[in-house]
Design a protein around this ligand. Structure first.
Ligand SMILES: C[S@@+](CC[C@H](N)C(=O)[O-])C[C@H]1O[C@@H](n2cnc3c(N)ncnc32)[C@H](O)[C@@H]1O
Length: 202
């Protein structure tokens, strides 16, 4: 599936692959020990982005050394995310090694599909969160936040407010990822651009 042909609420594994290369470099730079690495996939849709983060984390960190929170406003999308059962075409950009290690291929009537393995699913947390709701819940601080391909749902002032409140959950030095077609230009946020659509919180 060509990632730029996705419709507004669709997703796929390893969409905008350079973000996952950057995530790898962040994880490889971490020192052993210390607190668990925490990632928030803040508009996760049907979960492909969240599982892509989980696969990279499971590849580079020991079990229990990482957590992924996957949230979306849409309950139906979250049900699909929890179920973790996808058409194989959504994994066109998944490294073949990850398909072998982290996915079960469907057989018989499920031919042409994959299910993310239980080991990985059990390391995820799912929550229904409206980024533009009255109040965001207490979630703690994250090392990375993926806020990708959702900002275009909001008008200018709402977009700034949503990014600002999400940023409160990012630890200083942590990274924010937005969609490549999105922009944080002129928002006056405490962020430094490190690569296209990747920002570091001051
Ligand atoms: C195109 S999908 C993005 C999925 C994934 N982040 C990606 O880049 O592939 C946009 C998602 O934003 C969600 N969304 C829209 N408004 C939202 C809001 N106010 N709070 C949380 N999620 C929202 C939609 O439900 C949809 O699942």
């Amino acid at each position: 599936m060509a990632t730029d042909l996705l419709t507004s609420d669709e997703s796929c594994f390893f969409r905008e692959a350079r973000h996952f290369d950057h995530l790898r470099s962040v994880l490889m730079a971490r020192k052993a020990g210390g607190a668990a690495f925490r990632a928030w996939s803040a508009a996760c849709s049907t979960g492909e982005e969240s599982y892509s983060i989980a696969m990279v984390s499971a590849d580079l960190l020991p079990p229990q050394a990482w957590e992924v929170l996957a949230s979306d406003v849409c309950a139906r999308a979250l049900d699909t995310a929890r179920n973790a059962h996808y058409p194989m075409a959504r994994a066109a950009h998944m490294p073949p090694d990850y398909v072998r290690r982290f996915c079960l291929k469907g057989t018989d009537v499920e031919d042409g599909t994959l299910r993310v393995s239980r080991v990985l699913r059990e390391c995820m947390e799912f929550a229904q969160i409206n980024l533009n709701g009255a109040r965001l819940p207490a979630l703690g601080r994250f090392d990375v936040i993926f806020l990708r391909n959702v900002l275009s749902s909001f008008d200018g002032e709402t977009r700034r407010r949503v990014v600002q409140r999400v940023l409160a959950y990012l630890r200083p030095g942590g990274h924010l990822y937005i969609g490549h077609a999105e922009s944080l230009h002129d928002m006056g946020l405490p962020l430094r651009t490190v690569a296209p659509a990747i920002y570091r919180k001051e």
